[in-house]
Design a protein around this ligand. Structure first.
Ligand code: ATP
Ligand code: MG
Length: 200
């Protein structure tokens, strides 16, 4: 590398550092955030549980409500449910598209929402995961305004992550961070069977 190359590199890095330092100086607010993970690609729930592992690593307390229960026991439930700082709730029955009983689905959604509300009212929880909550809004099992109201009233430092393919506008309006995971390719379409540790 020539001397002038090195000088140019140094100047560029110094300029970059100034910009980054300025942004860091600007971001001074300390509060919890609402994060929405949406889109048709794979990686929403696993990202939420990865973040929860991160929080637990810092000694924080976590609460989880999974709004859709699969036929199979998930790795996240097997791994986290017995953790002393995790309260893990799974909604009471199978896939919603396997059930034709609207009344039963609504009751199960309401019961799971009561558990979510308790977590959102309890300042001991640093992080709350509401996995697949968005389906409950999409199918009209829960009222978006009521959900948004409870989220807005949560403890100041509490972080919340909500997953689901589509997100209601009422949640989008109050979210701090929204990430969309796109489906560019998926092994399922190549005929690869769902496997433990990857899909569930
Ligand atoms: P993951 O739990 O793996 O992070 P996800 O939460 O982003 O996935 P969901 O929409 O909740 O995805 O789908 C649940 C299940 O379907 C998971 O087993 C996931 O691996 C699988 N899946 C996710 N996206 C796709 C896709 N585009 N095609 C087929 N299967 C998918
Ligand atoms: Mg998911």
């Amino acid at each position: 590398m020539s001397h002038s190359d090195q000088q140019r590199h140094q100047q560029r890095m110094a300029a970059k550092k100034r910009v980054v330092d300025e942004r860091i100086a600007h971001a001074q607010t300390e509060r919890g955030v609402l994060i929405l993970l949406k889109g048709n690609g794979k990686g929403k729930s696993s990202s939420a549980f990865g973040t929860m592992a991160r929080a637990l690593g810092h000694g924080q307390r976590a609460g989880v409500v999974q709004f859709i229960k699969g036929r199979r026991e998930t790795g996240e439930h097997l791994f986290f449910a017995d953790h002393p700082r995790v309260d893990f709730h799974v909604m009471g029955h199978g896939f919603s598209w396997e059930s034709q009983d609207l009344e039963r689905d609504r009751n199960a959604a309401q019961a799971a929402w009561q558990q979510a509300r308790q977590l959102l009212e309890d300042k001991r929880y640093h992080i709350v995961i509401l996995d697949e909550l968005s389906y409950m809004l999409k199918y009209g099992h829960l009222d978006p305004q009521q959900v948004a109201g409870a989220l807005s009233a949560r403890p100041h430092h509490q972080n919340v992550m909500i997953t689901g393919r589509t997100m209601d506008n009422a949640l989008v309006a109050i979210a701090d961070t929204i990430s969309r995971i796109d489906d560019e390719k998926h092994a399922f379409r190549l005929g690869v069977k769902a496997q433990p540790g990857i899909e569930y």
